[in-house]
Design a protein around this ligand. Structure first.
Ligand SMILES: [Cu+2]
Length: 204
């Protein structure tokens, strides 16, 4: 039995090496239902292997500046601690009732000492108890493969191992509670491009 072990390990090592060498990229273009490029769309590629590869960022933050959240959309991998520095001279009271992360940072100035850890994937809507028109979103991903579209509606996801994925696209103009658009996507060894049209967007 011992003798048979080495070739098996060698074979596994070879397979792993091939897998790493096959990492490729996917350029995703997101359009609205009128065919216009959509900036600020969050694009993720999910799979069971991607879920196991998630690494949290060391930290991230959403400031409050001029009675607004900056940035208004933050994308982080699951497990990332997020701080909420208040750069205004008025107090804010940041909260969320969203299922993946319910929390409340009661009236404060400066930066609360303890960051909020977003440990569950999903879309978390933030508000401020004092300023009703303050709104922001934390999109928590279950994958290391994510990005946000630029002004041309494009994002490049790179370092992708070949395999079967779900391609999901979310935008803040989707109606509250609307799920992200989702479609299967197969990543092959070659760089590729695809286009997604997002339906059901509210007027900007
Ligand atoms: Cu506020």
């Amino acid at each position: 039995m011992r003798k048979g072990l080495k070739p098996v390990l060698g074979l596994l090592g070879g397979l792993l090496w091939v897998g790493a060498a096959a990492a490729t990229s996917l350029e995703v273009t997101v359009r609205d239902s009128a065919g216009q490029p959509l900036a600020g769309a969050v694009v993720v590629l999910e799979s069971p292997a991607a879920r196991r590869a998630v690494q949290p960022l060391e930290s991230a933050s959403i400031a409050q500046r001029g009675k607004a959240f900056v940035p208004s959309v933050l994308v982080v991998p699951r497990g990332t601690p997020v701080t909420f520095p208040n750069q205004d001279t008025v107090r804010h009271h940041v909260y969320s009732f969203s299922e993946p992360k319910r929390f409340e940072l009661k009236l404060y100035l400066g930066t609360p000492a303890v960051p909020v850890v977003f440990d569950k994937a999903g879309v978390v809507v933030l508000g401020c108890n004092i300023h009703d028109d303050m709104v922001a979103w934390v999109v928590v991903t279950d994958t290391p493969y994510y990005g946000t579209t630029n002004e041309s509606g494009k994002v490049l996801l790179s370092g992708l191992p070949a395999g079967d994925y779900q391609l999901r696209v979310w935008h803040q103009r989707l109606r509250d509670g609307a799920p992200a658009a989702q479609q299967p996507h197969q990543v092959s060894a070659e760089p590729a491009r695809t286009t997604v049209t997002l339906q059901g967007l509210e007027a900007p």
